[in-house]
Design a protein around this ligand. Structure first.
Ligand code: C2E
Ligand code: MG
Ligand code: MG
Ligand code: MG
Length: 285
């Protein structure tokens, strides 16, 4: 009896673990087909000028419409894509789709703005990145200035000749480089001097505390001042309230992004926003 229970206990735990592994494997298998089955889509979230609230840019954010699981968030499947190597293919698709969409809007006579895509560290380290970007730009017919790459600090801070050369190569293409989630990494600030980045996106965890947390306020104003003195543009991420907006605006943040202006929208809805607003983002929240 004891032996059987012991075995059952072991089996319970090992099945549980096995289930988790099976689940991750199933997700990996499904992800392999997701792109060609049209389950991956991009949603688009505007960035607005802090003073005028006109749309000055847009970020493409990936979504996976899974046939049985429903909407799987990027936080769940991007790590899987990175571990399985699928991120190369998916990442290339994201870049090409975002550029193709922007070119379509431009051809339709809409007031287009530069489009930003998030770049995984795995993509960043791939030696073919620069050529792949150059080809995607050529195929879209858009100038490089219409493409912005968002890198996390963990990518940018790694102080190696490879990183410096890669960033220089991307800058040579003419694309804009942003540091995403700025302030959440463990980097030394000296990389800002060495690397030719253009923008800092202030992480939403700091923006959340504006108007009630003096420490977050101190961090945000310091980042804005640092960026300014280095000639970098600042973007406040995750702006949800008018108080947060006003704080950022008052302290000289250049651009804002967040639910206060718009959630990430499917292409058609973002197109309506571009068309109707003549650049002014309405408050949807
Ligand atoms: P991120 O690039 O920092 O994007 C911002 C995230 O915050 C997005 O979540 C966005 O929907 C959300 N957000 C925007 N405004 C607000 C707000 O006012 N309040 C709150 N609470 N959230 C807001 P999402 O779309 O789930 O993406 C999460 C992360 O997944 C992104 O963070 C990015 O790191 C990654 N990701 C998304 N798309 C891609 C992609 O195509 N490739 C790669 N490699 N990573 C991606
Ligand atoms: Mg981003
Ligand atoms: Mg971010
Ligand atoms: Mg993030």
């Amino acid at each position: 009896q004891a032996k059987r229970e012991g075995r059952n206990t072991v089996r319970f735990f090992s099945l549980n673990l096995q289930e988790q592994i099976q689940d991750a494997l199933a997700l990996t298998r499904d992800l392999r087909w997701a792109q060609e089955r049209g389950q991956l889509v991009l949603h688009y979230q505007p960035k607005v000028n802090a003073v005028t609230q006109r749309i000055v840019g847009v970020e493409a954010l990936i979504r996976w419409q899974h046939p049985t699981r429903g909407l799987v968030p990027p936080s769940r499947f991007i790590p899987i894509a990175e571990e399985s190597g699928l991120i190369q293919e998916i990442g290339t698709w994201v870049i090409r789709r975002a550029l193709a969409q922007t070119a379509e809007w431009q051809a339709a006579g809409l007031p287009v703005v530069p489009v930003a895509v998030n770049l995984s560290v795995v993509q960043f380290r791939h030696p073919g990145l620069r050529d792949s970007l150059a080809e995607a730009l050529r195929d879209s017919g858009l100038p490089a200035a219409m493409l912005e790459l968002e890198l996390t600090e963990s990518v940018a801070m790694e102080d190696s000749t490879f990183t410096i050369a890669t960033i220089a190569g991307l800058k040579q293409l003419g694309v804009t480089l942003s540091i995403d989630d700025f302030g959440t990494g463990y980097s030394s600030l000296s990389y800002l001097k060495r690397f030719a980045v253009d923008k800092l996106k202030i992480d939403q965890s700091f923006v959340r505390g504006l108007h009630h947390d003096p420490q977050d306020e101190a961090i945000v104003t310091t980042v804005i001042n640092l960026a300014r003195s280095l000639g970098l543009t600042t973007v406040g991420e995750g702006v949800e309230t008018t108080e947060q907006r006003d704080f950022l605006r008052r302290n000289g943040c250049d651009e804002l992004q967040g639910y206060l202006f718009s959630r990430p929208l499917p292409a058609e809805a973002f197109e309506t926003l571009l068309r109707s607003s003549v650049g002014v983002a309405p408050c949807i929240a």
